[in-house]
Design a protein around this ligand. Structure first.
Ligand SMILES: *Cc1c(COP(=O)(O)O)cnc(C)c1O
Ligand code: SF4
Length: 352
């Protein structure tokens, strides 16, 4: 809803916290929001028992009404396929649960960068999430503990970049975030603050003026890595949120996960890169799915992924081509899978 006043468009949307409280948590509400009869929604209660349904209404509003196979719906709908046990898919694909308890709030896997698990909470529960079995409450602690962790990282001379991840770091309040940025900004070593967030996509109103003020620091570069998997996740409100971030000097990138039935075609990936660019964000990573229990139905085979990327390379400028990345437990960087440029066999080409 909006009102026109003297040519100025005043949004009357509820504040983001209210939108979060009002998010869809029941299959009946989701069915209603997407215009499906409850019986036509392939929801499975057992699948949502330990990872509940959670969908902001502004995200549900971008789903195609009456389409049970909608690529946005598929990302968030708890389905029976999740309850299948599939060999090779476990609760902790990146072996983060086996870290010593005191290290669980911070991951220092890669040179010069530390990742803070800022909070365990998210604004949306994505069914393919590799942290769906992660015991967040044990690992993230209170805000005071969080600030202590940030202070320790700010004093670590081996670090150049602090990455706020989660969960979703933008579920912290603007004030909590400002306190974190203050500490990072005062550090001699940290030159870059990076946030990994899906909130500007699912609740664009999260990008408030106070958040932008907290991020705008002359001596600390900020990078926002969005998480968007499909062109239709970007509507005018999302594009406006990205524009606000850019106006505040934030470099805006995007990471996606390659997901069967969501974005595993050349046309979908091309549309995604172009929509991101239109909105002011550049594609960064296209991740292979982590083999987390409950997500096997989203898997795309490595060979097919490499051919998709090869075909995509033939359609886009190099700066709109994401890097196909896979996480290997214990490795010192994410690994890039090379695009396959050789024409795939005819049958496989029809699948791309
Ligand atoms: C992905 C990740 C990073 C960042 O890696 P980049 O390749 O710099 O994007 C840093 N730390 C951890 C633990 C990660 O998983
Ligand atoms: S927003 Fe990211 S961390 Fe949160 S459930 Fe989705 S994929 Fe997982």
């Amino acid at each position: 809803m909006s009102i026109q006043s003297g040519g100025l468009r005043l949004a009357t949307a509820a504040p983001w916290q209210e939108q979060l409280r009002d998010a869809i948590r029941s299959p009946a509400a989701l069915a209603e929001a997407v215009g499906l009869a409850p019986a036509a929604l392939p929801f499975d209660a057992a699948a949502s028992a330990d990872f509940p349904l959670l969908v902001p209404r502004s995200f549900a509003a971008r789903m195609r009404r009456g389409d049970a196979d909608d690529p946005l719906l598929r990302q968030v709908l708890a389905s029976a396929a999740e309850t299948r046990t599939v060999e090779g898919y476990g609760p902790d694909p990146l072996q983060e649960l086996s870290l010593p308890a005191r290290d669980q709030g911070v991951l220092k896997k890669y040179h010069g960068r530390a990742l803070l698990i800022t909070t365990g909470a998210c604004a949306v529960n994505c069914r393919y999430c590799f942290r769906r079995h992660f015991p967040y409450q044990e690992s993230t602690g209170s805000h005071r503990e969080r600030l202590q962790r940030v202070s320790a990282l700010a004093g670590d001379p081996t670090l150049k970049e602090l990455i706020l991840s989660g969960g979703d770091p933008l579920l912290l309040t603007d004030r909590q975030l400002a306190e974190i940025v203050d500490i990072a900004d005062a550090s001699e070593h940290l030159g870059t603050l990076r946030l990994h967030s899906r909130l500007p996509i699912v609740i664009p109103d999260r990008v408030t003026q106070t958040l932008l003020a907290a991020l705008r620091r002359p001596a600390l570069r900020s990078v926002m890595v969005l998480h968007c998997n499909h062109a239709r996740e970007i509507d005018s409100a999302t594009a406006a949120a990205i524009a606000r971030l850019r106006d505040a000097g934030v470099l805006v990138l995007n990471q996606s996960v390659l997901l069967a039935g969501v974005n595993d075609s050349v046309a979908d990936l091309e549309a995604l890169s172009l929509a991101l660019f239109d909105a002011g964000a550049l594609p960064y990573y296209l991740h292979m799915l982590d083999p987390v229990a409950g997500a096997a139905h989203f898997a795309v085979e490595v060979d097919r992924a490499r051919h998709l990327l090869g075909a995509l390379a033939g359609r886009l400028p190099g700066y709109l081509l994401p890097r196909l990345a896979v996480e290997v437990a214990g490795a010192d960087s994410k690994r890039e899978l090379a695009p396959a440029y050789t024409p795939a066999p005819k049958k496989a080409q029809d699948d791309l």
